[in-house]
Design a protein around this ligand. Structure first.
Ligand code: ATP
Ligand code: MG
Length: 272
């Protein structure tokens, strides 16, 4: 059997607390406080899988994605991608940020070609690749516009095109649709599933929404709060392609939704 694409084993992550000057945590160094963001986090993701991470605010979802991307170091355990320990960012992984993370002074084309510049591609190569993904997300008429001239949904599509342009094996998506209105969000979910169907990337998708997780993913990892750990991984049995309307009428959907709600601890902020 092929080894998993992603293996997160017994991962702990601590952050240093910012020290307020004049307190016993100040200046001297040794007594800096720490906050444990992850405790014994475990998750395995197969190649081509679509997994959602769901859990309360502050439970460590972004931290887990950052550990996977190599943006922050972890303190114990191991994160492996394609069998190798993660020691920093790599071209096999791309991150899609909640707040789009676009460069305002660059056009759509300029934003999508940026990571390809870093990869040392020639101008014509960069533009050819960028066009492919700009077309894939339906922005070919907007390639010369700047981010402020686009709607939120269009900006997020630029973020997705930019992530796909480096042809990563893994897409790490941190609440990418959290800032969008309900209708745009639904359209983006359909768009993402269409792209996933076409490219079969491995996707780790963070969301606060139980419905979004159920609609998109094959598996849902439920995290508990503080310090964050993965409590349970649930299989989502619906076949692809999925239609949100059909899914919501399915009694299994309603049961799973109820079940996941109950598994999330009380008093936390998640959307239905
Ligand atoms: N750079 C940092 N320095 C110190 N503490 C941090 C840092 N980043 C995150 N934390 C702490 O780590 C914990 C987990 O944060 P994280 O951002 O991973 O949560 P999250 O699940 O993504 O939350 P949200 O759903 O609100 O985005 C929180 O207690 C947070 O305060
Ligand atoms: Mg977060």
């Amino acid at each position: 059997m092929a080894s998993p694409k992603i293996e997160i084993s017994h991962v702990d992550k601590y952050y240093r607390k910012a020290a307020a000057s004049g307190t016993r945590f100040g200046r001297r160094g040794k007594q800096h406080g720490t906050v444990q963001a992850l405790r014994d986090a475990n998750l395995t993701v197969a190649e081509g899988e679509f997994v959602s991470l769901i859990g309360p605010s502050g439970c460590g979802k972004t931290t887990l994605l950052k550990c996977l991307d190599g943006l922050v170091p972890y303190d114990a355990g191991e994160v492996r991608v394609s069998g190798k320990p993660v020691t920093g960012p790599g071209r096999d992984r791309a991150f899609v940020f909640q707040q789009f993370g676009l460069f305002p002074w660059r056009t759509v084309m300029g934003n999508v070609t940026l990571p390809l510049e870093a990869a040392g591609k020639s101008k014509s190569e960069r533009e050819e690749i960028a066009w492919k993904y700009i077309r894939m997300v339906g922005l070919e008429s907007f390639a010369n516009l700047h981010p402020h001239e686009l709607s939120g949904g269009m900006q997020q599509r630029v973020g997705i095109a930019r992530a796909l342009a480096v042809d990563p094996e893994i897409l790490l998506m941190d609440e990418p649709f959290g800032a969008l209105d309900a209708q745009t969000r639904e359209l983006m979910q359909i768009e993402l599933l269409r792209i996933w169907d076409k490219t079969r990337k491995t996707v780790v998708f963070v969301t606060h929404s139980v419905d979004e997780a159920l609609f998109l993913s094959r598996k849902i990892a439920i995290m508990s709060a503080h310090p964050g750990t993965i409590n349970e991984v649930i299989d989502v049995p619906f076949a692809y392609p999925r239609t949100e309307g059909d899914l919501k009428r399915d009694p299994v959907f309603a049961d799973m939704r109820y079940d996941i709600w109950n598994k999330l601890l009380p008093g936390q902020t998640v959307e239905s």
